[in-house]
Structures are given as structure tokens and as C-alpha cells.
Design a binder for this molecule. Structure first.
Ligand SMILES: C[C@H](O)[C@H](O)[C@@H](O)C(=O)CO
Ligand SMILES: [Mn+2]
Length: 418
């Protein structure tokens, strides 16, 4: 290891020790916290269905940066490149449209065998997999309704798709020895004012109840449901709103997925974690960055990402909060997007682990809010970056921005030839 990195780390360790922070314990913990990287950043949410259509469902990947993956082998190669540039534990989050089959397979007929290639790959990478039914980009979601659809046959199709997905998710968990978190997000909503807000929600409850009725071992599979405020073309009404899913998750004991882009612009999911944790056992996070709307920009090391990490660590929620990412930027190198966003999530977790929390709590308990604010602000400029560099270097992952050269090299040698 570069001696400058070691020296800086040694000095940082002493500075943190003086504040009562155990840097070695923080590093050990950081290495074990998995961040689930979303496969869909690699190909703009396109997937590999033999009869794939355009991306629909009120979400958009804007940009046309060259070199995107268009086969499972290319996507896996790109993921391997990205993962090699990110320290610590990682998982991969797959959508159902990332199946492998030469022939078209109806979504309600997909099976574990269509994902065997991903499981083999995950075993080689020693990572866990997470999963998602894909209830969009399909003729049966064309009018913006799926599990809440008034037509029984369309509802049946999506219920059967979600049931098939749960079997695939349990297969992931059983094969890889780590539970797969399967997140149900549906685009159901209306562009203009609905006359009936209740009926679709009643249908959605019934559909979800049927979907989760088949029991699976929690060691293999965990159900999650994701709320949303609005989507493009569903501005006036979203069936699966936050109140809807908070109630559903709490009463059915399934995980609640909080997506950073799915709330009113001044609402933040960091403030929802502690509240929801009192009523639901598991939370899934879709860490993302909304810019004016649910735009799914690449995650930054900004105040909200930091606040999310702080809430998980301060409240001891690592066993109950599953950290996933959800952004898709097609305007820049897609591997760089993965690396920037995932490294930022991990940097935020490290900073949270290094926070002198005892001193902050003590100041708060004494009503000394000036000290609390002063300590919080001073702790922003503690030498966490020396600890981060050390964490990267000891794993053989590029330090600082040196990872960018690897991405450029890969772009010249692989992406530009696609
Ligand atoms: C592709 C994802 O499932 C999707 O982004 C969903 O999680 C979401 O956030 C929709 O806005
Ligand atoms: Mn999401």
C-alpha cells in the first residue's frame, strides 16, 4: 500500500480515537454492509425479453450515451467492471425482464430456469441477488393499470407474474444462501381526476394478498412493496400511494420500500426510516436523487444520502434496512454512473459509522443544541476521506478518482466496440 495512505490513515485513526470513535470497528462493519446495485442502470431499463417493447410506466431513462449492454453477457461484464471499482459487500438487483431465453416467454410463465445464468454468475461473484416483477413496458400495462386493473383477466396476468417472480426470488435466496428482497412496484395511476379512488385500492389489496399467499422461508425470500407519489401520465392519482403501502406493509408484515424520489419535493426518506421502523420489520431503500421530479439521477454524497446513512447507523437498523439503489442515467458512461452512485452510498455509510454519536447525543440530552450543531458541523470535516482511501487500498480497489482511468480504458476497449 502507498505509504502516504497508511500515514494519513494512522493520523485519522488517532483523531477519531480522541473523539471515542473506533475506526477499525467502523471499517470492519463497512466492509460487510451490502449495497444492492440495480442491473437496470446498465441498459436504461431495457431488459432481454425476446419481444421487448419500449420503456413505459411513467419512468424515463433520458440520454443516448453509446455502449450500453444489450446481452446478459455484456451486462455481466459491465457489472464486473463496476463492482471491481467499489469496495465492500455488494448485491445485484434484477428485474424480471432480465431473463435469459431465446424464445419469448410470457411474463406470467417465467421460471427459475430463465435466471440460472444469473445465479451461476452470482455464485462466482460471491454476491446475493434481489428481484423485482416487471409490471410495466408491456401491452398489458398499456393503459397504466396492472394489479389494480378493473379487467379481471389483466389483473390475473399480473398476479400470476408476481407469483412466478416470488418463486424465482426464493430460488435466488435458496441457491445463494442469502434472502432475496423482492420489490413490487406497479405504475397504476391516472392522468386526470379519478371518480373512484377507493375501488382500485381495494383491487390492489386483494391482488397483493393473493400474491403473498404462498409461504416462503424468510431465509430465502422477503416481500417488499414500493409506494409512489406520481408518474409521467399518472399525475392525478397513484393507487399505491405512501399511506396505502405503509398500511399494507404494517398489516401484512412485508417490507416497505422507500424510494428517495417518490415523495413531495421537500419530503425526505431519511426522516421516514425511524417512523416506519416502528411499524414494519423490514425496510427496503431505493436510494436515488430526484431533480425537480422523480428523475432518478445518480446518487451524490449530498446531505440526504448522508442523512439516510446516519439514520440507519444511529438507530442500529442494519439488520432491518436493505439498501438498494435506483437511478438510471443514460446520458453518461453507465459504468461510471454505477461506480459514482455506489461509492457515494458507501462513503455515506462510512461517515455515519465514524460519527462521534455519543457526544452528539449527550449534547442533545442536555438541551445544549449549540454544541450539537457545532459538533455535527465540525464532524463533516473530520478526516473520513483518509479512512475511505485506506478501505479502498486494502481491498485493492482504486483510491480517489483513479477508478475513472479504468472506466475510460474499458470504454475504449469494450464499450466503444459495441
Ligand atoms: C425500475 C424500478 O423498478 C423502478 O425505478 C421503480 O423502483 C421506481 O422507482 C419507479 O418510479
Ligand atoms: Mn424505486
Amino acid at each position: 500500500m502507498n505509504p502516504m495512505i497508511e500515514t494519513a490513515f494512522g493520523l485519522a485513526r488517532e483523531q477519531y480515537a480522541a473523539l471515542g470513535v473506533d475506526v477499525d470497528a467502523a471499517l470492519e462493519q463497512l466492509a460487510k454492509i451490502p449495497v444492492s446495485m440495480h442491473c437496470w442502470q446498465g441498459d436504461d431499463v431495457q431488459g432481454f425479453e425476446a419481444d421487448a417493447g419500449d420503456l413505459t410506466g411513467g419512468i424515463q431513462a433520458t440520454g443516448n450515451y453509446p455502449g450500453k449492454a444489450s446481452t446478459p453477457a455484456q451486462l455481466r461484464q459491465d457489472l464486473e467492471q463496476a463492482m471491481a471499482l467499489i469496495p465492500g459487500a455488494k448485491r445485484l438487483n434484477l428485474h424480471a425482464i432480465y431473463l435469459e431465453s431465446a424464445e419469448p416467454v410470457a411474463r406470467d410463465k417465467i421460471e427459475p430456469k430463465h435466471f440460472a445464468g444469473w445465479v451461476d454468475w452470482a455464485k462466482r461473484q460471491q454476491i446475493g441477488l434481489d428481484f423485482n416483477p416487471t409490471c410495466f413496458s408491456h401491452p398489458n400495462s398499456g393503459d397504466g393499470m396492472t394489479l389494480a386493473h378493473p379487467d379481471e383477466s389483466i389483473r390475473r396476468f399480473w398476479i400470476d407474474h408476481c407469483k412466478a417472480c416470488r418463486r424465482i426470488s426464493a430460488y435466488f435466496g435458496e441457491s445463494l444462501g442469502t434472502p432475496s428482497v423482492m420489490n413490487i412496484w406497479i405504475p397504476d395511476g391516472m392522468k386526470d381526476l379519478p371518480a373512484d379512488r377507493l375501488g382500485p385500492r381495494q383491487r390492489l389489496v386483494a391482488a397483493l394478498d393473493e400474491i403473498i399467499s404462498e409461504p416462503f422461508d424468510e431465509a430465502h425470500h422477503i416481500d417488499a412493496v414500493e409506494s409512489k407519489l406520481f408518474g409521467i401520465g399518472a399525475e392525478s392519482y397513484t393507487v399505491g400511494s405512501n399511506e396505502f403501502y405503509l398500511g399494507y406493509a404494517a398489516t401484512r408484515d412485508v417490507a416497505l420500500c422507500l424510494d428517495a424520489g417518490h415523495f413531495h419535493p421537500t419530503e425526505v426518506i431519511s426522516d421516514k426510516i425511524s417512523a416506519a421502523s416502528l411499524y414494519v420489520r423490514h425496510l427496503l431503500l431505493h436510494v436515488s436523487r430526484p431533480v425537480r421530479w422523480d428523475s432518478d439521477h445518480v446518487v451524490l454524497l449530498d446531505d440526504e444520502t448522508q442523512a439516510i446513512a446516519n439514520e440507519i447507523i444511529r438507530n442500529g437498523l442494519l439488520e432491518r434496512v436493505h439498501i438498494g439503489l435506483d437511478f438510471f442515467d443514460a446520458s453518461i458512461n453507465r459504468i461510471a454512473a454505477w461506480v459514482i452512485g455506489t461509492r457515494n452510498m458507501k462513503k455515506a455509510l462510512l461517515k455515519a459509522l465514524l460519527e462521534p454519536i455519543d457526544a452528539l447525543r449527550q449534547a442533545e440530552q442536555q438541551g445544549d443544541y449549540a454544541s450539537r450543531l457545532a459538533l455535527m458541523e465540525e464532524s463533516r470535516s473530520l478526516p473520513w476521506q483518509a479512512v475511505w482511501d485506506y478501505a479502498c487500498a486494502r481491498e485493492g480497489v482504486p483510491v480517489g478518482a483513479t477508478w475513472l482511468a479504468k472506466v475510460k480504458e474499458y470504454e475504449a476497449e469494450v464499450l466503444s466496440r459495441r
